[in-house]
Design a protein around this ligand. Structure first.
Ligand code: FNR
Length: 208
């Protein structure tokens, strides 16, 4: 269940991890998909990782989330490293890589951002990906507050809560990339369940 900011029940608040902000992870977005049937039970989620670093903790978290996703969600990483810099001159005929990226976002029911914070904002590569995808493509999502600022302009519904911020990333993963702590796994599970329910609620409201 998506919980409105400031109104989380006591038990829900207790279950959230206290974070040390080494890594900020996980924000979500729903793409408008009026043509898509609301009968489908498995939603396609494009996962965008905000770090290009090979050993990125956020990428590890994204992969862990793919493994933990409930049957109602099919998570797939959509790479942003090759997305060209946005240039409005190319709106009429965008470069192939931009078209490919935008197409994958348009095909998704939702977008999940797993991103670090860079200088109190989102990494430039992530902002660029949003700029490239946004003209006519993105209908809804939610993110950290800076990200929300950009996205509100795009008229994109955002999951208000839960947001997920995970710290202590250097000790979070085993050598095989598994989340070591049962509590963290449980936290990520709860987040994905809430995201799944929020997607359904949003899609239903678009068809109401
Ligand atoms: C950071 N980092 C960081 N952390 C934070 O909590 N707030 C911040 O504003 C920043 N700013 C920042 C800027 C730049 C240029 C770098 C390289 C790093 C730390 C960052 O979140 C940390 O290194 C993460 O582990 C990076 O994510 P990946 O690459 O591990 O996924």
């Amino acid at each position: 269940m998506a919980i409105a900011k400031g109104s989380a029940p006591r038990a829900e608040r207790r279950s959230r991890i206290t974070y040390n902000p080494a890594v900020r992870a996980a924000e979500c977005a729903v793409i408008r998909s009026r043509e898509r049937s609301i009968m489908s039970t498995t939603r396609k989620v494009a996962v965008i990782v905000g770090s290009l670093r090979k050993e990125s903790f956020n990428r590890k978290m994204a992969k862990a989330m793919i493994g933990l996703a409930p049957p109602s969600l099919k998570l797939e990483i959509v790479e942003i490293g090759q997305v060209p810099h946005y240039n409005q001159d190319f709106d009429a005929d965008p470069p192939q890589e931009a078209k490919g990226f935008k197409g994958r976002i348009q095909q998704a029911d939702a977008v999940l951002f797993v991103t670090p914070e860079y200088n109190r904002s989102v990494p430039g590569v992530l902002k660029n990906a949003i700029d490239v995808a946004s003209p006519g493509a993105i209908g809804a999502f939610g993110a950290n507050h800076h990200l929300r600022q950009s996205l509100v302009f795009l008229n994109v519904p955002a999951m208000p809560q839960p947001e997920a911020y995970l710290g202590g990333a250097a000790k979070m993963f085993s050598d095989t990339g598994a989340i070591i702590s049962d509590d963290t796994r449980e936290f990520v599970n709860k987040f994905l369940q809430a995201f799944s329910q929020w997607i359904e609620k949003n899609i239903a409201s678009q068809h109401a």
